[in-house]
Design a protein around this ligand. Structure first.
Ligand code: ADP
Ligand code: MG
Length: 236
């Protein structure tokens, strides 16, 4: 079953086509990486899925049937589609625990909220930092906190934009483990990343975007062996 379906999506900026009838489906339980050269349309795809950018044509479906295409950003988030932006956007003057509590959302009942915050502290490995101010965290810890804030909302679809950009090798290893732990049969994860070793470690399949279209879809080994992918992206 698909968790997220992109159906012939076209996004234009003036005369420029950033996404050109792009179709892709991410299965429930899958971790999918979207890779490709700068300007390929990766961030535009996440902007369209989250309602920040409106497509000219095409549809975005949650779980095969629920049409997200015309919903507001807030309604898309409430439907369970959550995004971690490229730059960590945690609240620096609040503690780790308080940030995670906000991640649960305003409608989460108090008892449920406490349970989710505790579970998320464990999942992200931030228990020892629970009462630290988010502003005092190392860059890697901030990234994990922001992933934790996404998790606390119990998302059905998690969108991650360059989660290991600027991280050390050890922090990248830890992030690989964390993303492995986020996998659930009823959840899909879509990750944009330039670090190919990271992509190979976390993703079931990769979609290679080029000029707003799919150049390749399949395993990372196949992508590495594909002449067109090498020409426009990996060979550079
Ligand atoms: P990627 O994330 O793959 O590097 P983007 O999705 O950010 O690529 O951008 C795809 C293309 O769309 C680029 O050529 C970029 O310059 C253009 N683009 C993105 N956002 C806008 C915008 N708001 N206005 C005009 N052009 C844009
Ligand atoms: Mg981008």
């Amino acid at each position: 079953m698909s968790a997220l379906v992109i159906d012939s999506l076209t996004v234009v900026f003036g005369a420029f086509q950033a996404l050109d009838s792009l179709s892709l489906a991410v299965d429930s339980g899958e971790v999918r990486a979207v890779i490709g050269p700068n300007g390929a349309g990766k961030t535009t795809l996440l902007d369209a899925i989250t309602g920040i950018t409106r497509p000219k044509s095409g549809r975005i479906l949650l779980g095969d049937t629920q049409d997200l295409t015309t919903l507001s950003e807030a309604r898309i988030a409430r439907a369970g589609v959550r995004r971690k932006f490229q730059k960590p956007s945690v609240f620096p003057a609040l503690t780790v625990r308080e940030n995670l509590s906000l991640g649960c959302g305003p409608e989460c009942p108090a008892r449920e909220r406490a349970a989710r915050v505790a579970a998320t502290l464990t999942e992200t490995g931030l228990e020892a930092r629970a009462d630290a101010l988010a502003g005092s965290l190392a860059h890697g810890e901030k990234q994990w906190l922001e992933i934790g804030m996404v998790l606390a909302s119990e998302p059905r679809v998690i969108l991650l934009d360059e989660p290991v950009a600027g991280l050390s090798d050890a922090e990248t290893e830890r992030t690989i483990e964390l993303i492995g732990a986020l996998r659930r049969p009823d959840r899909a994860i879509l990750v944009i990343e330039h670090d190919m070793a990271f992509v190979e470690a976390v993703a079931d399949r990769v979609t290679v975007l080029h000029e707003g279209r799919t150049l390749f879809e399949g395993g990372m080994a196949g992508a590495r062996a594909d002449a067109r992918v090498i020409e426009v992206f990996l060979g550079r």
